[in-house]
Design a protein around this ligand. Structure first.
Ligand SMILES: NC(=O)c1ccc[n+]([C@@H]2O[C@H](COP(=O)([O-])OP(=O)(O)OC[C@H]3O[C@@H](n4cnc5c(N)ncnc54)[C@H](O)[C@@H]3O)[C@@H](O)[C@H]2O)c1
Length: 252
């Protein structure tokens, strides 16, 4: 383990599966009290059960984090149960890939709501429920799609590009209030959500384009997020951290 998070209270969105779940489990294993913010009640309950069985503390927070009122109500429940909120991991996302001519209103609105609005509400939740003397921490998720074009992914890419701008801008705005804001850009991680939009051939391509010649795991991303909440990362701020096997620096 890289850190000791025993005094941290952290809300993780999209924590029912994939990277969000691995992150919630890792933070709880290091002693954090974790809020499992998730749309799907079954997967939320499953993450909470796994954490409790392992001896950790988790609270199920079921709802749509793209909706401001809902997000802030869920955060209010966590704060009431645990005393405050020290940080939010904005991992939730909903993805639909389509040729641009076929992109519909609902898909655009949902990707923007979950991918971009929710991290804004998450930041507001930290500001509302943190202890100003301790400060807070926000971790957002960008994507390689923000840096390089892939066909049929324009709306997802636009949302993930916006996350970089949001992260940098909020870092400058909120640094004086002791709120650190960073983003992670994971490489190819075959989670349930990613598997729904990338087939085996797509993963073969991604593996070959990755200098380390392998895919990543949700646990590898979770470890970096645990590090970002640890004292060792106290001076990391406004950073977009690539955890991608080198794909972002490869010309090939
Ligand atoms: N997996 C990858 O390869 C990869 C690569 C780059 C970036 N990312 C980013 O990492 C993050 C996690 O990705 P993942 O692959 O684990 O995703 P995933 O689809 O496997 O999990 C996302 C979770 O978010 C939940 N969710 C969706 N809409 C919600 C809402 N409105 N309210 C609450 N919860 C909601 C889903 O139910 C699901 O449990 C995402 O932001 C994704 O864009 C992933």
């Amino acid at each position: 383990m890289t850190s000791d998070l025993r005094d941290k209270i952290i809300m993780v969105t999209g924590a029912g599966r994939g990277i969000g779940r691995a992150t919630a489990e890792r933070l709880a294993a290091e002693g954090a009290v974790v809020g499992i913010a998730e749309l799907d009640p079954e997967t939320a309950a499953s993450t909470v059960d796994a954490i409790r069985r392992a001896g950790g503390i988790a609270h199920a927070l079921v709802g749509d984090v793209g909706d401001r009122e809902t997000f802030l109500a869920l955060a209010g429940r966590l704060s009431e149960a645990a005393g405050r909120i020290d940080g939010v991991v904005n991992a939730a996302m909903w993805i639909k890939y389509d040729p641009i001519a076929a992109v519909g209103v609902d898909a655009v609105e949902r990707m923007i709501a979950v991918g971009l609005k929710a991290p804004v509400w998450g930041t507001q939740a930290v500001l509302r429920h943190m202890d100003p003397a301790r400060g807070g921490s926000v971790v957002n998720f960008s994507s390689p799609a923000a840096d390089q074009g892939y066909p049929n992914t324009a709306i997802y890419a636009a949302v993930k590009g916006a996350i970089i701008a949001l992260t940098r801008s909020l870092a400058v705005e909120l640094g004086p209030q002791k709120v650190r804001v960073n983003a992670i850009t994971p490489g190819a991680i075959p989670t349930p959500g990613a598997r729904a939009v990338v087939d085996d051939a797509g993963y073969e391509l991604r593996r070959n384009k990755t200098p380390l010649r392998r895919l990543g795991t949700p646990e590898e991303i979770a470890g970096i997020i645990a590090f970002l909440f640890s004292p060792a990362a106290d001076f990391i701020h406004g950073e977009v951290l690539h955890v991608d096997g080198g794909v972002s620096v490869s010309a090939g």
